[in-house]
Ligand binder design. Structure first.
Ligand code: G16
Length: 544
């Protein structure tokens, strides 16, 4: 077999962001760009020779081409076994499941998550480690530094493999196993949830539901779970065939990009339950009739009601939330006497806490919820958790939500995104804000007074690693919070995210519209940071 060494030169922009390396397709297709990043990654994975690698992606444009290249490089770098999802398909949580189950050294998941796909869309490379979770910052930094010194890479000159044919092929030192991408993940779900109870709920003629796979990776998983295993009629799964361009849409399960699904839940005839997942299957949105479950509330409700679900009964140790996520889960943890942790944005920060058994659940405002069953957030898992709760508690989504607010109070919450602003404007806004942090405590805005203003830093309680500059927090005397940070997942310009939160426990004021409830805080957020002045935007581009 012909293994060649190809001369290359470093690209200066291969530092992974919040969740892997994310670029436009055109950017990734530059000569040697993909190969450089993979070579840097392979040389940083200790023990790669002879080890098992999990490989797959969300089916977006360029998925197949990238997989062929990575297989040829894996052969050249002496990988022992590649577990490759049939047709190149693997959702991010399913990849995490496979890494753990097969004691793989690492996984490479090709996805730009919720970002649009197609030749003019985005592409991404996520690197996961042996616990099944995203590579920690220490590894992504090492990969980046290695990429900056790269002068060559190795690749096997072999024909493309047939990604659609299941089975085993031996290529030089490497066994390539093309596997069913859905089976192991489905079995894991069946071990956690009461499938009989969920099947009974779904078959009840008084209960209507839809799951929107958004033309992305969860289609095959949802069909297997809902239709084949739980007996739902086929129309329950919408947009269930993965398409390279996601049907021309953003596969982003939120109120803006899944608005057609949201519309199906409205009115007296609205669906009783609806949910959607994103490009690579790790995000989720939960809806009930005339009701949207904020992701922060979803995490809190899952934690508060875990005993109703067989896979979690009597074993909840704690919960973690990313700093911008509302404090709703913390409130549950305090009341239940379980651990609570506040981490920076990025699933990678949950890994150590999960591995150490400190937490059972974790979640983020960015439509991510998960548990210790894998080391990624997991869209279908969250959907099944909610269905299991509805089946056991025999109530509607809205009832579960309102009961929770009555018991714990409500954290009104919203995220305002300002997308595609010039990078220099975004940096100036953040720099100026940082410059005023020391003066802000004590300042009054109407009846509110700022009690704390800082640039969030996190010290990992397990390995002691420290992460600085993880978002600017402004805390007020009445428990309100404003958080400002720049997204680490965009591919053009900068996206400013402003997170707004206000606690309410007056039983008469639990059912207001979020934007109405937060109107004063929204004004204060602009006054403090000069959002309109710096971005030039009169209003946010996306409100969730
Ligand atoms: C990724 C990360 C999440 C993060 C989200 C948003 O999700 O895994 O932890 O919350 O991005 O990050 P940012 O605010 O920096 O854009 P995904 O689903 O895109 O992989």
């Amino acid at each position: 077999m012909d293994i060649v060494t190809v001369a290359s030169r470093p690209y200066s922009d291969q530092r992974p962001g919040t969740s892997g390396l994310r670029k436009t397709v055109a950017h990734i297709r530059q000569p040697h760009y993909l190969e450089n990043f993979i070579a840097a990654t392979f040389s940083c994975l200790d023990g790669l020779a002879g080890a098992t690698l999990v490989l797959g992606g969300d089916g977006r444009f360029y998925n197949d081409t990238a997989i062929q290249t990575i297989v040829k490089m894996a052969v050249a770098y002496d990988v022992g076994r590649i577990l490759l999802g049939r047709s190149g398909i693997l959702s991010t949580p399913a990849a995490s499941c496979l890494i753990r189950k097969n004691h793989a050294l690492a996984g490479i998941i090709l996805s730009a998550s919720h970002n649009p796909g197609g030749p003019d869309g985005d592409f991404g490379i996520k690197v996961n480690v042996a616990n099944g979770g995203p590579a920690p910052e220490s590894l992504t930094e090492t990969i980046y530094r290695t990429s900056q010194r790269l002068t060559e890479y190795r690749i096997a000159r072999i024909p493309d493999i047939n990604l659609d044919r299941p089975g085993e092929t031996v290529i030089g030192p490497t066994v390539v196993n093309i596997i069913d991408p859905v089976a192991d993940y489905t079995d894991l779900m069946a071990s956690l949830f009461d499938f009989d109870a969920i099947a009974a709920l779904i078959s009840n003629p008084g209960f209507s539901m839809r799951f929107d796979a958004m033309h992305a990776v969860t289609g095959p998983y949802a069909r297997e779970i809902f239709i084949n295993r739980l007996g739902a009629p086929s129309e329950v799964v919408l947009n269930g065939t993965p398409q390279p361009d996601f049907g021309g849409h953003h596969p982003d399960p939120n109120l803006v990009h899944a608005r057609a699904l949201v519309a199906m839940t409205q009115g007296d005839d609205g669906l009783d339950f609806a949910a959607a997942s994103d490009g690579d299957g790790d995000r989720n949105m939960i809806l009930g009739k005339n009701c949207f479950v904020n992701p922060s509330d979803s995490l809190a409700i899952i934690t508060a009601n875990a005993d109703a679900v067989i896979g979690y009964r009597d074993r909840v140790r704690g919960v973690a939330r990313s700093m911008p996520t509302s404090l709703a889960a913390q409130r549950v943890a305090e009341k239940q006497g379980i651990h609570h942790y506040e981490t920076p944005t990025g699933w990678k920060y949950f890994g150590n806490l999960l591995d150490a058994g400190e937490i059972t659940f974790c979640g983020e405002e960015s439509f991510g919820t998960g548990s210790d069953h894998v080391r990624e957030k997991d869209g279908l898992w969250a959907v099944l958790f909610w269905l299991n709760l509805l089946a056991v508690k025999k109530c509607s989504v809205a009832e579960l939500l309102y009961r929770h607010w009555q018991e714990y109070g409500r954290h009104y919450y919203s995220r305002h995104d300002y997308e595609g602003i010039p990078r220099t404007n975004a940096d100036t806004l953040i720099e100026q804000l940082r410059g005023k942090l020391a003066q802000l405590p004590g300042s009054r805005f109407g009846s509110r007074q700022i009690t704390l203003a800082d640039d969030f830093s996190y010290t990992d309680p397990i390995d002691g690693s420290v992460s600085h500059h993880q978002g600017i927090r402004i805390l007020f005397s009445d428990g309100c919070r404003i958080v400002y940070r720049l997204s680490g997942t965009g591919t053009s310009g900068a996206t400013l995210r402003v997170y707004l939160e206000q606690f309410e426990d007056n039983p008469q004021k639990l059912q207001l519209d979020s934007q109405q409830a937060l109107v004063e805080l929204i004004r204060i957020a602009d006054e403090i940071a000069g959002i309109r002045k710096h971005t030039g935007y009169p209003r946010p581009s996306v409100v969730t």
